[in-house]
Design a binder for this molecule. Structure first.
Ligand code: 5RP
Length: 225
């Protein structure tokens, strides 16, 4: 089974987690794209969706799902999104696709975060995947120096702007011993918009794609925070 088939598998499983009659939060990336495709036959029984990126908004509209601005919506019962890495406590690195800020906002506003991932994303310890950090352009050099002081090697994502008009710095080599503390520290640096650590608000459910089929884990049974 290849990676695309695993993504389609978890996408189909995640559709089962979407109640009828709600506004749904929808993430960004190739796994989220598979989810949107799998959701298309259910378009008629959703009120609509809030998208975590312009790309996702376009894809949702293309399959007939009404896209709402988050400010128009009182509650989001469920948010479905992928991850670049997820650990045993359902803390994640996200932002490989550059949508980390809107993803973190939609996740924060949602009652339940369902992470969909193939098994290559499951890690014992976060940090092999470069940590994306969205920054206001004038803070690029300052924030890069501060990230280097933390032990990382910051690299500007060349030729890339987020949907918010900002830059992304990808950081390799960080030692992520305490993901919640590191998330708070990086997000406390002047000029940082969002760190791609999703530890303070991790996932509530993980649907993992394996060769043996999708496995659904609930955070209450595995989370140590
Ligand atoms: C985008 C993200 C994605 O969820 C993450 O990069 C995973 O993407 P993919 O499903 O393509 O592997 O955080 O900003």
């Amino acid at each position: 089974m290849d990676a695309q088939q695993l993504k389609q598998m978890v996408a189909l499983e995640a559709v089962k987690q979407v109640p009828a009659g709600i506004v749904l939060g929808v993430g960004t990336g190739s796994t989220a794209d598979c989810f949107i495709d799998a959701l298309a036959p259910r378009a008629h029984d959703l009120v609509g969706a809030v998208a975590s990126s312009d790309r996702t908004a376009t894809r949702l509209a293309a399959v007939g799902i009404r896209v709402f601005d988050l400010n128009e919506v009182d509650s989001l019962p469920v948010y479905v999104d992928g991850a670049d890495e997820i650990d045993h406590a359902f803390r994640m690195i996200k932002g490989g696709g550059g949508a980390l800020t809107r993803e973190k906002i939609v996740a924060a506003a949602s009652a339940r975060f369902v992470c969909i991932a193939d098994e290559s994303k499951r890690v014992e310890r976060l940090g092999r995947f470069p940590l994306p950090v969205e920054v206001i352009p004038m803070a690029r050099a300052y924030v890069s120096r501060e990230l280097a002081r933390l032990g990382g090697q910051p690299r500007l994502r060349e030729g890339f702007r987020t949907d918010n008009g900002n830059l992304v710095i990808d950081v390799v080599g960080l030692s992520i011993d305490d993901p919640i503390a590191l998330e708070a520290h990086i997000e406390g640096l002047a000029g940082v918009v969002t760190a791609g650590l999703f530890a303070r608000r991790g996932a509530d459910c993980l649907i993992l794609g394996t060769a043996a089929g999708p496995v659904v884990y609930e955070a209450s049974k595995t989370r140590d925070r």
